[in-house]
Ligand binder design. Structure first.
Ligand code: SAM
Ligand code: SF4
Length: 333
């Protein structure tokens, strides 16, 4: 293995999230505008380039690889990529995983398990089919639930990610909790982030602070703060009455930046050292410049050397400050 990736704040970078497509079969209102213009195919890294890029990071100390998008499972030939990456498992790579909207899981759950995937995140914001269709603009809850069932049958451990949306899923808080408990799935709530232009949808209208959600939980249950952290923006509590662990992702606070161990690569090969900053490094040019990986590795090291200390999101004023212009589907959530 090459020397590990250590940033200027002595944080070891061992977690990489890679977006493999900007496309998606849903149009969640907080994530995408209804009419999105997607990138031409030639802009995207090919599956071979994605393999080279991820393998370079693995050689440089990345131990956990999360594939995301857009919707990763709509990328043509994506299983070839997963099957390729599985060669690193049990060696330099500890975990290969993905974040998905679940729409294609019925088809892909077993092949993913066969490729060594053990845990997946499935994003789901409501258990009401009509509301599901509205928030995703045309998704089918039934299809996603069949996908979840297929994943469970394939032995995949599931974590549900739910974006907390004011006036949308507030009333479903306890139903979502009960459903996850019954299905033996973990549950994490995400605070909505100011990313990309949403067209007519107003970001501040959707914002339901997780401290309010948590207070709502505490009215009914005894919550115990858990100390374990993943290096990411999630904090965890245990609900004593049910034994469930609930995660809270509050990217708008600075409480996680100091332990940040991750970087992100977009589907066009842009390396973002921080989700909330505009600075990035182009890895596609060095990938395409040479069949050897030296230029790529050099570009990665130079980028990590300027990973910033933290982000600048701030909802505290009436306007959304620190907003970044790219969509979550571009950087990969
Ligand atoms: N399509 C896949 C999915 O939905 O799981 C993977 C990509 S999606 C961009 C990753 C995660 O980002 C999802 O859990 C989604 O809910 C979340 N997300 C998207 N836009 C967001 C926003 N503006 N604020 C907070 N979370 C967001
Ligand atoms: Fe697609 Fe995921 Fe964005 Fe929803 S959150 S539009 S499923 S990329």
């Amino acid at each position: 293995m090459n020397a590990p990736l250590i940033d200027p704040f002595a944080r070891r970078i061992d977690y990489l999230r890679v977006s493999v497509t900007d496309r998606c079969d849903f149009r969640c209102t907080y994530c995408m505008a209804e009419h999105m213009t997607f990138l031409p195919k030639k802009e995207l890294l090919t599956l071979e380039e994605l393999d080279r890029l991820c393998s370079a990071f693995v050689r440089m100390g990345v131990r956990k690889l999360r594939i995301t998008g857009g919707e990763p499972l709509v990328r043509k030939g994506i299983m070839t990529f997963f099957e390729g990456m599985s060669r690193h498992l049990g060696g330099l790579l500890d975990e290969l995983t993905l974040t998905t909207n679940g729409s294609q899981l019925e088809r892909f759950a077993q092949p993913l398990a066969d490729a060594g995937v053990r845990r997946i995140n499935v994003s789901l914001d409501t258990l009401d089919p009509e509301k599901f269709r509205a928030i995703t603009r045309w998704g089918s809850l039934d299809k996603v639930r069949r996908g979840i069932a297929a994943a469970q049958a394939a032995g995949l451990r599931i974590k549900i990610n739910t974006v907390a949306l004011k006036g949308f899923n507030e009333a479903e808080l306890f139903d979502l909790l009960a459903w996850c408990a019954a299905e033996e799935m973990d549950l994490t709530f995400i605070e909505v982030m100011p990313m990309g232009d949403m067209g007519e949808v107003q970001r501040l209208d959707q914002y339901w602070p997780l401290k309010d959600l948590r207070a709502r939980l505490a009215e009914r249950y005894t919550l115990t703060e858990l100390s374990h952290r993943t290096g990411g923006p999630a904090r965890y509590v245990r609900i004593e009455e049910t034994g469930q662990q609930i995660g809270f992702i509050t990217p708008l606070t600075h409480n996680f930046c100091e332990s940040c161990n991750r970087v992100r690569v977009t589907c066009t090969g842009e390396l973002y050292m921080c989700l909330g900053q505009e600075d990035m490094a182009d890895l596609r040019a060095p990938l395409r410049m040479s069949e050897a990986d030296a230029p790529l590795e050099d570009a990665i090291r130079r980028a990590i050397a300027r990973k910033p200390k933290g982000h600048d999101f701030d909802y505290s004023r009436q306007a959304v400050e620190g907003q970044v212009t790219r969509h979550m589907s571009h950087t990969g959530g």
